[in-house]
Write a protein that binds this ligand. Structure first.
Ligand SMILES: [Ca+2]
Length: 452
C-alpha cells in the first residue's frame, strides 16, 4: 500500500512539474535576481558632475545617487563611441568585439540576459552597426526585445530613429533628445514590460555628444553655458527616471549603473571645423585632473564617471579607486543575474561582484588601452606609436615610450620611462599578451583583496 502511495505521489509530483513547465509561465524562477538599468551618456567629462568635483554644474540627482551607492574613480570605458559600446555589450576589448563594425556573431549582454529570462530593452544610441540599418547587427537581433533610438551619432545635428527594425522618424532638435529617451524609458517601465519578470534596460543617451542642445526649460539657465545646460537637463531627466523606479517600487531590486562612453571632446581644431554651434559656445565637458580627452589614450580619454546603486547590496556613500571597466559588466551580470558567460571566446571582463558588494576593495589587475598601452596597478605604459584618434589633443605627441605613476602623477606629466626600463619592458610584454588574444588571462588584482 505504501509503495502504491509513494508511486502515486511521484506521479502527481511529476504531473505537477510537467504542467507547471508546459502550461504556466512561472514568475521569475530566481527571485533575488536584480533588474539592471544602465544609464550611458555620450562624451561626458570625468569632472562634469558635482560629486566628481565640478563647482559650476548643478547635478543634485546624480550627486544623490552617488551618496546612495558607490562612486568609482578608476573606471574605464573606451576612448570613442562605437568601440565603447561593443566593449560594454560583449565584455570584450574592441580589438576583439569590433567597435562600430561589431559582427553579428558577437554575443551581447542582451542575448545572454534574454536567454536567462530577462526582458531586455535598448533605448538611445546603438552605434555598433556602422550607423546603418543592418538588421542582423541591430538591437533586436542582438538580444534586445525592444529598441528605440538612432543607430548612429548626431554630428550633423539630425538623428533618424528606429523603433525595433523599422524607421521611426527623425529630428533636428537636439535639445529634445534627453527628455525623449527618458520618456521612452519610463514608458517601457510602466507600459511595455511584464512586472513579474526581471528586466535589463540599456539607456544610451545622445547628449553630451555634439551637436549639443538643451530644451527651452534648461537653455540659458546654468552657470556652465550651453554645455552646463545639457548636463543639468540630463541630471534632471535622470532624476525623473529614478523617481519612476521608486513609484513602481523597483528601487530595492534594481542595480542602477550610470557612466559615460568616453571622455570629453575638447580640442580647438575640432571647434574650428564644427558647424552648428553658436559662435564662442563651449560644447565639451571637463576632465578635471586628467590629461587630454576623447580620442586620446591619456586618462581623460578612457576614464569616466561611474556610479552604481543597489540599496542594501552595493555600499552607500563609498568611493572606490579600484580598477573597474565596462568590459566587466558582462561577467558581473552573469554572477548577479544567473547566466554563464560565453566559453567559446575570450572575455576580457572579470566578475566584479565582490567589488560591487563591498566584499573586496580591489578590482582589475590591469586595463588595456586600444593599440596604445596598458595600466597595471599604479603604472601606466604607452608605446611610442600609441594610437590617437585624429581629433584628439596631442595626437602629434613625440613618439617615445611613456611610463607614469598614476598614484603620484594622475595628470600624466612626468615620464618615468627612462628611469624604470625594466617596468617599461614588463608592461610592453603584458600589453602584447593582451593583444595576442589573451595569452595572459584577465585577472583580479589579488594584492590586498579582502574576502569576507
Ligand atoms: Ca562618445
Amino acid at each position: 500500500m505504501n509503495r502504491i502511495l509513494v508511486t502515486l505521489g511521484c506521479f502527481v509530483w511529476l504531473l505537477g512539474s510537467i504542467s507547471a513547465t508546459a502550461f504556466a509561465q512561472p514568475a521569475d524562477s530566481q527571485p533575488n535576481r536584480p533588474n539592471v538599468l544602465i544609464i550611458f551618456t555620450d562624451d561626458q567629462g570625468y569632472a562634469d558632475l558635482g560629486c566628481y568635483g565640478n563647482t559650476k554644474n548643478k547635478t543634485p540627482r546624480l550627486d544623490q545617487l552617488a551618496e546612495q551607492g558607490t562612486r568609482f574613480t578608476s573606471f574605464y570605458a573606451q576612448t570613442v563611441c562605437g568601440p565603447s559600446r561593443s566593449a560594454l555589450l560583449t565584455g570584450r576589448y574592441p580589438i576583439r568585439s569590433g567597435g562600430w563594425g561589431m559582427p553579428a556573431s558577437e554575443v551581447t549582454i542582451g542575448e545572454l540576459m534574454r536567454d536567462a529570462g530577462y526582458q531586455t530593452a535598448c533605448i538611445g544610441k546603438w552605434d555598433v552597426s556602422n550607423r546603418r540599418s543592418i538588421v542582423p547587427r541591430m538591437p533586436n537581433a542582438q538580444g534586445f526585445d525592444y529598441y528605440f533610438g538612432p543607430l548612429g551619432a548626431n554630428d550633423s545635428g539630425r538623428v533618424t530613429f528606429h523603433e525595433n527594425n523599422e524607421k521611426a522618424g527623425m529630428t533636428d532638435d537636439m535639445g529634445s533628445l534627453t527628455k525623449l529617451y527618458t520618456d521612452k524609458a519610463i514608458d517601457y517601465l510602466k507600459e511595455k514590460r511584464d512586472p513579474q519578470e526581471p528586466f535589463l534596460l540599456y539607456l544610451a543617451h545622445t547628449m553630451m555628444h555634439t551637436i549639443i542642445g538643451a530644451s527651452d526649460r534648461f537653455r540659458g539657465t546654468s552657470e556652465g553655458g550651453l554645455y552646463g545646460d545639457v548636463v543639468e537637463e540630463f541630471d534632471y531627466e535622470t532624476g525623473r527616471l529614478l523617481d519612476v523606479l521608486d513609484e513602481l517600487d523597483l528601487r530595492d531590486n534594481t542595480l542602477v549603473i550610470y557612466t559615460s562612453d568616453n571622455g570629453p571632446w575638447n580640442q580647438e581644431k575640432y571647434t574650428d571645423r564644427k558647424k552648428g554651434h553658436p559662435e564662442g559656445s563651449i560644447f565639451w565637458g571637463e576632465a578635471g585632473p586628467l590629461r587630454n580627452g576623447k580620442g586620446s589614450c591619456y586618462e581623460a580619454g578612457y576614464r569616466v564617471p561611474c556610479i552604481v546603486r543597489w540599496p542594501g547590496k552595493v555600499p552607500a556613500g563609498r568611493v572606490s579607486d579600484a580598477i573597474f571597466a565596462t568590459i566587466d559588466f558582462l561577467p558581473t551580470f552573469a554572477d548577479l543575474c544567473g547566466f554563464e558567460p560565453p566559453t567559446d571566446r575570450l572575455i576580457d571582463g572579470i566578475d566584479q561582484t565582490d567589488l560591487l558588494l563591498g566584499r573586496r576593495e580591489t578590482g582589475r589587475d590591469n586595463f588595456y588601452f586600444h593599440d596604445a598601452g596598458i595600466r597595471q596597478g599604479k603604472w601606466k605604459y604607452l608605446k611610442p606609436d600609441a594610437q590617437f584618434r585624429g581629433y584628439a589633443v596631442e595626437d602629434n605627441r613625440e613618439k617615445v615610450e611613456e611610463l607614469y605613476d598614476l598614484d603620484l602623477d594622475l595628470g600624466e606629466q612626468i615620464n618615468l620611462a627612462a628611469k624604470y626600463p625594466d617596468k617599461v619592458a614588463e608592461l610592453n610584454r603584458l600589453m602584447k599578451s593582451v593583444e595576442t588574444d589573451g595569452a595572459v588571462p584577465p585577472q583580479l588584482d589579488q594584492s590586498i583583496g579582502i574576502r569576507k
